[in-house]
Design a protein around this ligand. Structure first.
Ligand code: NAI
Length: 674
């Protein structure tokens, strides 16, 4: 069957209406570029051509599924140039989002008209690229270097109204097509094409300052700097800058960074639709009950209120309920301060919220999330009380980090409506949500968990049951491997420096100090009975806890904290404990280079991730990557531990893991893929 045309041209009253129709987001696929090129030649004879898109948005980017293959003609920069050069002037009539190639096309039009609220951006930086069709060359000419840097280097989406103020959009109108027709009927003088304009004067120090800030912020990611460099080529004539941009764009398509970022993009999309919910219908969730209003419960309640849900919070008694209410109020105030919520929305949220020391408030909720103390008996009692007041088909979720949901739900009538919803702290900020399936959870219940995640603007990942689920299980392996390095010769600051150099926002020891050492201590005690006797166990973290070195909040942990309580300083006490442990064990300590440290820790993460996939705890390797990126600060531009292992080669990862296993015999189970 012949492919339907993605671009059509209709002549009416001296105007050529050019309509792109390539659902869902009118991406500039191979077909669209070819059809658009043909359409440009078909507008001849009209007074003006109006370029518009069918569906919910203007062109919102390229088709990333085509990026691994060699580019197919006609190339977008050529099509964009045809539009700019067309004798019949083009008017862009835009709505929705105008991103990447869409923005590049719009900049080649003679006039730009947008519906209110239309978003404009060059998000190529987010997938490790620079624009490839003149975006970095036309944008500074159109909006000035300052704004262009913000848009291209930070991937900022700006509203048409902002661009109008800069003169980059001609008209903002409720009905852009009607406004375009009116303009076409009484055409003003055609403006100088954007590519032929000069970049308006700007402060040269700005570029240097931005470069410094970007180096710091991007922690090794190159694409923001690539975009900054490409924007500077706009100071040359367009005929020089444009081909340079195109060439670099094509090179970057093959960079490790772009591959990793594109992997993360697709893995994130896949994670939201696991096979386990295929065909299942989600329940509508409008009102949720949260039980326990401590750190997590308050964060979960705030997250739901920010998303417009109704929330009922149950605490132990009226006093605890009042404290929880204050905690939630504080989080909402913080959201207002950070510009995440308007003061009006804050008042409306307060109307949708009630806290009480009594389960009666939970009646009528569609779903309940329990976030009380990490204790099976306490949690079981909570679900017994919830079952009494809630509907029989209401969904029941636990936020437990380490307990087995099967034990928690053992006595609940209707186990098919029970699941884990494991949030990350702070719950109103962190994007990750592990949706935990028990063997009896129904697909509809799971689908409801995923639908709720979407509503809360979280990134959901399906997990089966194991100690720590996906994320905390990998974290435990990572920390254990780091502790072995301490025993064998490294010091905390060296391990942290190595992981920072890799791109982590923090190393494992700084991160423990920030979160507090107590939870992990409690876990190790819990696991002591089942830990294999032959497994190597480095007790230094326990020793720190015994000395009340619980981390930042207690003023000392793996590090000492100076007067500001934030800056980690090497601790003689801790380093002596490590050396004492090595002496006691008769270990001859050796030096580890930064890359020896990071490669070992990354191999351990990939090994644990591979086991998690093999055991069916995660459906796919990409799910493991998304957990690490959104829950643990793994650099997105490295793609996650599984992608990274593949990038350096699973063979290499395997050899490193074998080395790790040799260095600590009887302590690691290698994934069977090794
Ligand atoms: P928390 O100690 O700050 O809060 C627990 C709250 O539950 C307290 O306000 C307490 O008054 C309330 N509570 C206790 N028993 C109750 C009962 N029977 N009925 C009503 N309320 C009751 O603890 P946190 O850190 O908020 O943790 C809660 C749960 O979330 C735990 O299961 C924990 O493992 C899990 N979790 C914790 C994370 C963290 O980073 N702290 C991350 C993800 C999950």
């Amino acid at each position: 069957m012949a492919q339907a045309e993605t671009v059509t041209v209709q002549h009416a009253g001296g105007i050529a209406w050019v309509t792109i129709d390539n659902p869902p987001v009118n991406a500039t696929s191979n077909a669209v570029r070819a059809d658009l090129a043909r359409a440009v030649s078909q507008v001849a004879g009209a007074r003006a051509a109006i370029l518009r898109c069918a569906g919910r948005t203007f062109v919102s980017g390229g088709d990333m599924t085509e990026f691994d293959a060699p580019p197919v003609e006609p190339h977008l920069p050529d099509v964009v140039q045809m539009i700019e050069d067309s004798e019949v002037p083009f008017i862009a009539a835009m709505h929705g989002n105008v991103l990447g190639g869409g923005f590049e096309i719009a900049m080649a039009c003679a006039w730009r008209i947008a519906a209110p609220g239309t978003g404009f951006g060059l998000p190529e930086v987010n997938v490790g690229l620079i624009p490839g069709a003149g975006g970095t060359q036309r944008l500074p000419r159109l909006v000035g270097m300052d704004k262009a840097i913000d848009i291209a280097c930070n991937g900022r989406i700006v509203k048409g109204e902002d661009l109008k103020a800069l003169g980059a959009i001609d008209i903002v109108a409720d009905d852009p097509e009607a406004a375009a027709r009116a303009l076409a009927e009484d055409l003003p003088a055609r403006p100088v094409p954007v590519s032929m304009r000069d970049v308006p004067p700007f402060d040269a120090d700005l570029v240097e300052a931005t470069r410094g800030a970007l180096v710091k912020k991007s922690r090794g990611q190159q694409s923001p700097l690539e975009n900054l460099a490409a924007l500077q080529w706009a100071l040359e004539p367009f005929e020089i800058g444009q081909p340079r941009e195109r060439e670099r764009h094509l090179e970057l398509r093959h960079s490790a960074e772009s591959r990793a970022l594109r992997h993360a993009f697709f893995a994130e999309r896949n994670a939201t639709r696991p096979a386990a919910i295929e065909g299942a219908t989600a329940r509508d969730v409008e009102r949720i009950a949260v039980v326990g209003g401590g750190m997590m419960g308050a964060g979960i309640a705030a997250s739901a209120l920010l998303a417009g849900l109704e929330v009922r919070l149950v605490e132990r008694d009226a006093e605890a309920a009042a404290a929880a209410e204050d905690r939630v109020g504080g989080l909402l105030d913080g959201a207002v301060e950070r510009g995440k919520m308007s003061p009006d929305a804050r008042s409306a949220a307060a109307e949708r919220f009630a806290a009480a020391g009594d389960y009666a408030v939970a009646a009528g909720a569609d779903l309940a999330i329990e976030a009380v103390f990490e204790d099976v008996a306490v949690k079981r009692a909570v679900f017994a009380s919830l079952s009494e007041v809630m509907d029989k088909d209401a969904i029941l979720a636990t936020n437990t980090s380490y307990l087995d949901p099967r034990d928690i739900f053992a006595e609940v009538p209707g186990p098919e409506r029970c699941l884990g919803l494991h949030f990350f702290s702070p719950a109103h900020v962190m994007k990750l949500l592990e949706v935990v399936k028990t063997p009896r959870t129904s697909p509809g219940t799971l689908a409801s968990g995923f639908a709720l995640a979407k509503r809360l603007r979280k990134v959901p990942v399906l997990s089966g049951i194991c100690d720590g689920f996906i994320g905390n299980r990998i974290l435990a392996a990572y920390r254990r491997a780091a502790d072995y390095l301490l025993a064998d010769g490294a010091l905390p600051y060296q391990v942290d420096a190595a992981m920072r150099a890799f791109g982590m926002p923090m190393g494992p020891y700084e991160a423990q100090d920030m979160a507090g050492l107590q939870i992990a201590w409690a876990n190790r005690k819990r696991q002591a009975a089942t830990r294999p006797a032959q497994e190597r166990y480095v007790p230094v973290a326990d020793w720190l806890c015994e000395r009340e070195r619980f981390g930042r909040r207690s003023g000392k942990g793996w590090y000492d904290y100076g007067a500001d309580g934030r800056t980690p300083q090497r601790s003689t006490e801790v380093e002596e404990l490590i050396l004492a442990y090595a002496r006691e064990q008769g270990i001859t300590r050796r030096d580890f280079t930064e890359s020896e440290i990071s490669e070992r820790l990354l191999a351990v993460m990939a090994n644990e991730g591979a086991r998690i996939v093999e055991e069916g705890i995660a459906e796919r390797a990409g799910d493991v990557d998304i957990v690490e990126i959104h829950g643990y600060g793994f650099p997105r531009w490295r793609g996650g531990p599984m992608h990274y292992a593949g990038e350096i080669g699973w063979e290499v990862t395997k050899r490193t893991m074998e080395l790790v296993a040799e260095e600590s015999p009887d302590s690691w189970t290698l994934a069977s893929r090794f």
